[in-house]
Design a protein around this ligand. Structure first.
Ligand code: NAP
Length: 306
């Protein structure tokens, strides 16, 4: 244990991400006191039961009073309402950060409600699971994963450093990025793949009952991986698509063009064109593993059915 990085932290929202970060803080003694705010008694009881909250409340202004670090960890759609309710309690000099998956919308929702002298350091841990709620959290969630911070120019460097240090103590690699660039990158690496998974799984759901049974039965042949992604939290993902509309629509346009090209290759029986694409994509998988963003494939590629 080292000296705490912060005196008092206040979590606004305490699900998978918030509770995982609170576990990191407790484990490392990174903060002297933790206040937790959520709407439901079950959420607050779980925070207390797990020894993660020194104080719980349903009132955001009460949670942030005296806090030198405020962490907004609700779904994106609740940001405006939560920060507006918290604003009367925010101290001068408080660092306000968040964990939301889209960053331009986070800044637009949070910034107008902060008092002069508060520091906004938006953040996004690029780590997660398809599970939600405080019981789903674990301290190792962020280890080896990237956390992207998107402070606006002019933000106090000491505030950015303090938030970066918190994520480093969680085992994350920290990157600083412009918020619009973050939203473009995540549209392709995260938002589009989720949209495709939701759509493929739903296409199968719309098929006749008999075929659906077989889709589940033979799911090892590719569909299974999509079902895991498509089981992600509906509210969280609703908010991501609404809040990153422009970047997602842009990348979806490009994807649709590429899909149409693939359709043409198949119709024309152009095996060479298909093989070229598949060879390029196989190299991407090797790059992901080399950068330690996934475990090496086991069983070996090609042994998972077709
Ligand atoms: P989660 O597990 O569903 O938790 C959300 C929390 O927010 C719950 O504690 C919920 O408790 C609380 N909440 C919801 N609406 C609220 C409101 N209006 N006022 C106060 N509290 C409210 O969500 P999560 O997965 O931790 O995601 C939180 C944020 O992290 C999201 O913005 C998401 O974009 C981002 N993120 C998620 C992942 C991921 O894989 N899950 C990864 C990276 C970033 P009550 O219902 O009791 O209020």
């Amino acid at each position: 244990m080292t000296a705490p990085l912060f005196e008092r932290a206040a979590f606004l929202g305490f699900g998978l991400i918030g509770s995982s970060l609170a576990r990191v803080m407790r484990r490392g003694g990174l903060v002297a006191e933790i206040a937790v705010c959520a709407r439901r008694a079950e959420t607050l009881d779980a925070a207390t039961r797990q020894g993660l909250a020194d104080r719980t409340t349903t009132d955001p202004a009460d949670a942030v009073g005296d806090a030198d670090l405020v962490l907004v960890c609700t779904p994106l759609g609740a940001y405006g309402q939560v920060i507006q309710a918290a604003a009367p309690g925010l101290m001068q000099g408080t660092i306000v950060t968040d964990v939301g998956s889209t960053k331009q919308s986070a800044i637009a929702d949070l910034k107008p409600h902060l008092p002069d002298g508060a520091h906004l350091v938006p953040g996004h841990p690029v780590a997660g699971t398809e599970h939600s709620g405080p019981e789903a959290g674990f301290a190792e969630l962020f280890e080896g994963r990237y956390t992207i911070l998107t402070p606006e120019p002019g933000t106090d460097p000491a505030a950015t450093d303090a938030v970066a240090e918190l994520w480093r103590r969680a085992g994350s690699k920290v990157e600083i990025m412009a918020p619009d660039h973050h939203d473009q990158v995540l549209a392709i690496t995260s938002h589009l793949p989720h949209l495709i998974a939701y759509t493929i799984v739903d296409t199968a759901v719309q098929l006749s009952d008999d075929l659906q049974k077989e889709v589940i039965q033979f799911s090892a042949s590719g569909y299974r991986d999509f079902t895991r992604i498509a089981a992600s939290d509906p509210v969280m993902w609703r908010d991501i698509f609404i809040n990153n509309r422009e970047a997602v629509l842009d990348i979806l346009g490009r994807f649709t063009e590429d899909l149409t090209a693939m359709q043409r290759h198949i119709r024309r029986g152009d095996g060479q064109a298909l093989e070229q694409v598949f060879t390029r994509t196989r190299a991407v998988r090797r790059g992901v593993i080399d950068m330690k963003q996934d475990k090496p494939d086991t069983p070996p590629e090609g042994n998972r059915g077709t």
